[in-house]
Design a protein around this ligand. Structure first.
Ligand code: GCB
Length: 581
């Protein structure tokens, strides 16, 4: 559960400079780095290490890297439980406390924590982190091994650093870790479902450690709309007189949970919640009963120097650019974003398709353990984000496959069936989807049977039929019609479409990489999306140019942004603004 600061709990941010060392031979653990290592210099947290130390040869390295810092326990810690909390440690990590292994984490971009017991104020402790971005090839976010390149008949260095996905595999403590101080009798992570059906509905399950009763208050500013007590922490309300949350009016209320014993309050946590209903009905996406069209973008967490390191100013800037274009939604392609991004989306009324870190699932390598891990990551994602009103759907994976049609159709259906079934148990209030790619797997991807709405990543006019927009649009229209006939109740959503454009490159005719062609392709797709009765919208790929691994298809960045990496508009941004506002 994310750190919170109030009269009962506190949290010490662990941002700042961390001592760093490389481990090129991957023998740091053997050499006792967990207890101590000779620092080569300092790395700033939050931040990716790759760009900070590019000059030392760290840019294209996947790790392992070692980071270490000391902390002095503050005076408020007396009598409290200390919990070391990482908002994420990417892409995987092992953590030591004073040289003792606390544990490891292999879920990229998700939080995890370790309970440390009570710490004596004034004592000094050391936190050591070993980061490693070399994920195994049977991970839900599969890594790539040189044997894979050989089998695929490709040069080992064709993509460098070697990854399956089209974003740079930045390593780092990308979000500020915290040392949290919690009351020993305390609340644990609550489950909160706020819906809207004939008024507000609210279901809360608030577990606690230590006895006491749980008091729930629903506050609108200073006014308490509801106040209720439960020994077991279970609450269910309906017909609450609340305003629904929507893009037009993202009204939020404060949900306060308190743990009390007699007249004494032992703990408190607050959440800004919103009441809304999302459902798929008759081929439409309904928000509070009204049909919604999703207009927006796929994004990335990416900025020069910071890499994937969090900076709230960049978060604000990016969501403001999205709104400037007239967008109402985005997908957290291709991994869970920082929790603050969702806080901001809640406040701005933006709709979010939240995606698990899973791209190009490699069914030649998946095992039972892959599926188990994938489900565990989805569980952690849903636990973290389920209470945000902005999250309207879960995307379980992006472009699974990497196989020819026949092999894929054999390996994938069983995996999908179990994945979706397990996910649906975790959240019955939102639709589930996953993004499929092109026509690699024939017209009827087995993925579709499990999706509540179909998410299509389509690059006709770019990777297929380049510079031939008439053919591209006609083919896409045929595909929409065929899918609508095959799945009359499932809305179609174009989860990615776009074209690369190099800012400043112009052409008077259809020319790949020109700003004109990018703008034209987007406008032609949008006309099709808007005009099709079963299409609920689309997300342009991408809002902003983003850095990728090195390969001959990319000039440093993927240029499909309608803004450059420094956030300046290309022609397409103005065109989209004209279309959407
Ligand atoms: C896709 C992927 C995305 C890529 C994009 C592209 O289908 O989902 O990660 O960046 O295509 O530009 O190739």
């Amino acid at each position: 559960m994310r750190p919170e600061r109030n009269a009962y709990r506190d949290a010490l941010p662990l941002d700042g400079f961390w001592a760093a060392a490389s481990d090129a031979n991957d023998d740091g653990e053997m050499r006792g780095f967990a207890a101590n290592f000779i620092a080569e210099g300092q790395i700033a947290v939050p931040g990716s290490i790759n760009e900070q130390w590019a000059e030392r040869g760290w840019r294209d390295c996947l790790g392992p890297f070692w980071l270490r810092r000391e902390i002095v326990v503050p005076r408020g810690a007396a009598g409290q439980l200390a919990r070391l909390w990482f908002a994420s440690a990417d892409l995987s990590a092992r953590i030591w406390w004073n040289g003792h292994l606390l544990g490891s984490n292999e879920a990229p971009f998700l939080p995890f924590s370790f309970d440390l017991g009570e710490l004596r104020p004034g004592t000094t402790h050391t936190i050591t982190v070993r980061l490693d971005s070399r994920l195994p090839s049977n991970h839900p976010l599969p890594g790539i091994e040189s044997a894979d390149f050989t089998r695929e008949g490709r040069g080992k260095d064709e993509i460098f650093p070697p990854v399956r996905y089209d974003f740079f595999p930045y390593s780092g403590l990308h979000r500020t870790p915290h040392l949290c101080f919690l009351p020993k009798s305390r609340l644990e992570s609550p489950h909160i479902e706020a819906g809207f059906k004939d008024g507000g509905t609210l279901r809360v399950r608030a577990p606690s450690a230590g006895d006491g009763r749980i008091v729930l208050s629903l506050l609108d500013g200073e006014t308490a709309l509801v106040r209720a007590v439960a020994e077991d922490g279970n609450f269910d309300f309906s017909a609450l007189e609340v305003e629904p949350w929507s893009p037009a009016s993202p009204k939020r209320y404060r949900l306060r949970l308190e743990l009390k014993r007699d007249a004494q309050t032992l703990d408190q946590i607050d959440r800004e919640i919103g009441f809304r209903d999302v459902r798929i009905q008759h081929g439409r996406l309904l928000l509070n009963g009204e049909a919604m069209r999703l207009k927006g973008f796929g994004l990335h967490e990416d900025f020069p120097v910071l890499g994937k390191g969090q900076a709230l100013a960049v978060t604000v800037k990016d969501l403001e650019l999205l709104r400037w274009c007239g967008g109402n939604s985005f997908r957290t392609a291709h991994y869970p974003y920082a929790e603050e991004t969702l806080d901001l989306a809640d406040a701005l009324g933006l709709l979010v398709v939240s995606e698990c870190a899973s791209v190009n699932l490699d069914f030649r390598r998946t095992t039972d353990a892959t599926l188990e891990q994938h489900i565990a990551h989805i569980e952690r994602l849903i636990e973290r984000d389920h209470w945000h009103p902005c999250v309207i759907a879960w995307s379980l994976t992006n472009e699974p496959g990497f196989l020819a049609e026949a092999e894929y159709k054999q390996a994938a259906p069983g995996y999908f069936a179990e994945l979706f079934a397990a996910a649906r148990v975790l959240d019955a209030t939102r639709p589930f989807t996953a993004a499929n790619v092109g026509s690699r797997h024939g017209l009827l991807d087995p993925l579709y049977a499990h999706c509540d709405f179909l998410s299509l990543n389509r690059y006709l006019g770019w990777y297929e039929h380049p510079a031939q927009l008439d053919i591209a649009i006609a083919k896409l229209r045929d595909e929409f019609d065929a899918l609508a006939a095959a799945f009359p109740d499932k809305p179609i959503f174009v989860s990615e479409f776009g074209a690369d454009a190099v800012a400043g490159m112009h052409s008077s005719s259809d020319q790949l990489f020109s700003e004109e062609y990018q703008a034209e392709l987007i406008a032609r797709y949008w006309a099709l999306i808007e005009g099709h009765q079963q299409c609920i919208g689309g997300h342009i790929w991408n809002l902003i140019d983003f850095k990728t691994a090195q390969n001959f298809r990319r000039v440093v960045v993927n240029h499909k942004g309608v803004f450059t990496r420094s956030r300046d508009p290309k022609m397409a941004a103005w065109r989209v603004r004209g279309m959407w506002r």
